[in-house]
Design a protein around this ligand. Structure first.
Ligand code: ATP
Ligand code: MG
Length: 480
């Protein structure tokens, strides 16, 4: 078999084969490593399968290295693993499996190589290469995986209804590989996914989302997302996204299909950035549209406030999909809430204060927000696209000018909440919020100067209207 392994990889595989010879077992490298080597993709791990005890083989191979790498093993699963210079090698005895309908946890019994290959998900993932000296490098390919690799085809080695019903995660994997490798799922296999999609519910959301994120990380995520949609899988775990699909027509007026628009925005974002969470912001940017859709006589279709609804939906959807509830989620919610703002700044006669406000609200995420907004232009009219992009360039220029002048992006108002509480002897409360906001808004609007004294004067004035008085005049800072 002629695949481009490095010298170190060949030496490692030979060493495994020699050790297997010593133990009297047959041994193969199998699955993703073989597939990716043939395709010329990078590999960072290899799966070794032997007819016998995988743990024993792993330990014996590790022993042959002077530094004797530490072997992790799981007796219950019969698997073992160690690392060499960051490269992960996993060992397992060849096995056959039988499944029960309620779970994806199979009964596992020792088996032959062919039985082991049969339980693999796709023909392109079932290729094995012999490592024993006698046949070193010989390809074992009982399901024509090589042809499928060459023609870019994804199909299951068994009846696909059985493969997918046994382990429904394989449906997500089929679409993920189609998306990552640019392969086509054969109709018979794809139809089996549409028939079995409801089985996905026995898979933990973490695993499903893991596959979804691998699709999101592809150069063109729309390929996988559209397949998820068409197969029915997407609706199983993310109905809010499939709710975006479709067009209503009233009085001869339609609106764009927000599902396909969203896919285009994700692809546009992916062309501009590798940041997974920015791609998630693209996915979520219009998620509030179905809930806010109205038909207004004389205006046509409107989606007023969809950015606010979308922002609110973000934490719930992240929870549902078991995505992190941390700063990534907040970042996505923030970009969703701000995604219309730069457009409003493309109008004429925009004041500096509107610019300052966006600088303040977007902070360090301003560049990402601008990428999202540029990606949101999906018109087919090239002239329109050009004009919109030029408008955004103008906005960026103005934002840069205002930022240079006012330095507002990481700005904090001159009087803090702590200071306000001390001054008026308040505990954290609504009043503190009102006072803080009053100062911030007045400065951002350019009504008062961005100085301590001006802020203090306004603070005292506003406090009086709330019937609040400083505890002692000495509480005031002397700025002379
Ligand atoms: P990647 O590493 O890019 O995720 P991979 O194909 O190597 O892709 P792994 O999860 O590393 O995927 O699995 C290694 C091999 O184990 C696969 O190539 C396949 O042969 C087999 N395999 C993994 N998951 C499944 C599954 N759910 N059902 C059947 N076989 C599987
Ligand atoms: Mg792998």
């Amino acid at each position: 078999m002629d695949i481009s392994c490095t010298v170190q990889e060949v030496m490692l595989l030979e060493r495994i084969g020699e050790t297997a010879d010593r133990l009297g077992v047959s041994c193969f490298v199998i699955g993703g490593f073989v597939r990716d080597k043939i395709l010329g993709r990078a590999t960072k791990d290899a799966d070794i399968v032997c007819t016998g005890d995988g743990i024993e083989l792993a330990k014996a191979v590790a022993e042959t290295f002077p530094h004797k790498p530490h072997v992790n093993f799981f007796k219950n699963f019969g698997t073992a693993q160690f690392k060499l210079n960051g490269f992960d090698i996993e060992f397992v005895g060849a096995r056959k499996e039988s499944y029960s309908p309620e779970s994806r946890k199979p009964d596992v019994l020792p088996g032959t190589l062919e039985e082991d290959q049969l339980r693999r998900d796709f023909t392109i993932n079932a290729l094995a290469i012999t490592l024993n000296k006698e046949n070193f490098g010989k390809l074992v390919d009982p399901f024509n995986g090589m042809d499928d690799l060459q023609y870019g085809i994804i199909r299951t080695p068994l009846d696909p209804d059985i493969t997918f019903s046994d382990d429904p995660l394989r449906m997500m994997r089929a679409i993920r590989f189609a998306s990552q490798l640019g392969f086509t799922i054969v109709p018979e296999t794809f139809e089996a996914i549409t028939r079995n999609c409801a089985r996905l519910k026995i898979i933990s959301q973490e695993r499903t989302t893991d596959e979804l994120n691998k699709i999101m990380a592809c150069p063109k995520p729309s390929v996988g997302l559209e397949l998820l949609f068409k197969s029915g899988l997407l609706k199983e775990f993310f109905p809010q996204m499939t709710d975006l699909a479709g067009v209503d027509i009233l009085d001869g007026q339609g609106h764009k299909d927000n599902f396909y628009h969203t896919l285009k925005v994700i692809d546009n974002t992916a062309e501009r950035s590798e940041n997974l969470w920015l791609r998630w912001a693209a996915l979520m940017h219009d998620i509030g549209k179905p809930a806010t859709k109205r038909y207004e006589n004389g205006h046509g279709w409107t989606f007023h406030g969809h950015e606010v609804v979308g922002e609110k939906m973000t934490p719930r959807i992240f929870k549902q999909l078991k995505l992190p509830q941390n700063e990534h989620m907040k970042y996505v919610a923030k970009l969703v809430s701000l995604h219309l703002r730069p457009i409003s700044l493309t109008k004429e006669d925009i004041t500096d204060s509107a610019m300052r406000r966006l600088l303040f609200d977007a902070g360090d995420d301003l560049e990402d927000l601008m990428i999202l907004c540029e990606s949101d232009i999906t018109s087919k009219n090239r002239l329109k696209v050009k004009r919109y992009l030029e408008n955004f360039e103008m906005v960026k220029l103005r934002l840069r000018e205002v930022e240079e002048k006012d330095n507002i992006r990481n700005w904090q108002p001159p009087i803090s909440g702590d200071e306000i509480m001390k001054l008026f002897n308040l505990t954290p409360s609504r009043e503190v919020g009102v006072l803080k906001t009053t100062i911030r808004e007045a400065i951002l609007d350019g009504q008062i100067a961005n100085t301590y004294d001006a802020a203090m004067e306004l603070l005292i004035e506003k406090a009086q209207t709330l019937n609040l008085h400083p505890v002692s005049p000495s509480g005031l800072k002397n700025t002379d």
